[in-house]
Design a protein around this ligand. Structure first.
Ligand code: CDP
Length: 251
């Protein structure tokens, strides 16, 4: 295998400020969400976001397996994020690697803080995320899909949780990185927002930014999350019409 030299790095930002796919710095990739495509799950959602394709299914509240994880005062939230072997350019080895475990953990923790878990003691709420096609930002696409799937399952939550990755690419702060930007950029910052309160329930960062760049990145991400939130709500309205589940109101 040859090493990657500077000449192999694609032009990430053109002279007129456009990105590799023609987007402006604050532009999202096209996002389409379908609520409730799976019949067997209690709740489900399918997200197509740029070249990402992600399915989420939710079960519960239901009996806890394994039993010793049961909590007497609240429900536990369990998440399994998985990438299909065919989801990436170089076939991914099937099974849970360290990256999948980390992503599953941070997504479960994000939902634990928005679901009214005290209402369902001794139960489990299980979230399955299957990435069918990956092109950067899959943990955010997974979170968005799972959030709509939780609402589709009627699980009471503070709010839907939109998520997006912001990053630094060729000295520009940009919204919603695609694969080349993630690979060759200098920072990647996925985040998830509770729009009602402005609280961040997931924030990770890889790479380097100055403090000022970080502030700009957070502002850009919050703005992106608010747009994504509208698409999530619209997906639920399309499925349920006026009866769309309304997070924030306990069932
Ligand atoms: O997907 P996300 O950006 O949340 O996580 P990442 O670890 O930053 O991965 C970025 C991208 O690298 C993924 O979305 C995939 O497109 C790609 N990737 C891959 O090709 N093979 C893997 N085993 C893991 C990730």
């Amino acid at each position: 295998m040859g090493s990657i030299g500077a000449k192999d790095v694609p032009v990430l930002i053109t002279a007129d400020g456009r990105r590799i796919d023609g987007r402006k710095a604050d532009e999202l990739r096209p996002l389409a969400i379908t609520a409730g495509p799976l019949k067997q799950a209690d709740g489900s959602a399918f997200v197509e976001w740029g070249a990402n394709k992600v399915m989420a299914a939710v079960y519960g509240p239901r009996e806890v397996h394994p039993r010793h994880l049961q909590q007497n005062n609240k429900a536990i939230v369990q998440c399994r994020y998985n990438m299909a072997a065919f989801s990436v350019d170089e076939r991914k080895r099937p099974g849970l690697d360290r990256r999948s475990q980390e992503i599953s953990k941070v997504i479960a923790e994000a939902f634990e803080s928005v679901i009214f878990v005290e209402e369902y003691p001794r139960t489990s709420i299980d979230v399955y995320i299957e990435v069918l096609q990956a092109n950067a930002g899959t943990r955010c696409a997974g979170l968005v899909a799972a959030s709509v799937a939780l609402a589709d399952a009627g699980i009471p939550m503070v709010d839907l949780v939109p998520a997006v990755a912001v990053g630094k690419v060729a000295d520009s702060i940009v919204l919603d990185l695609k694969k080349e930007e993630d690979n060759y950029g200098s920072a990647d910052l996925p985040m998830a927002l509770v729009p009602q309160s402005g609280r961040l329930v997931l924030l990770q960062m890889e790479g380097h930014m100055t403090r000022e760049e970080l502030h700009r990145a957070l502002d850009l991400g919050v703005g992106g999350c608010r747009k994504i939130y509208e698409v999530m709500r619209e997906a639920l309205r399309t499925r349920y019409g006026a009866d769309a589940p309304s997070p924030g109101v306990a069932a």
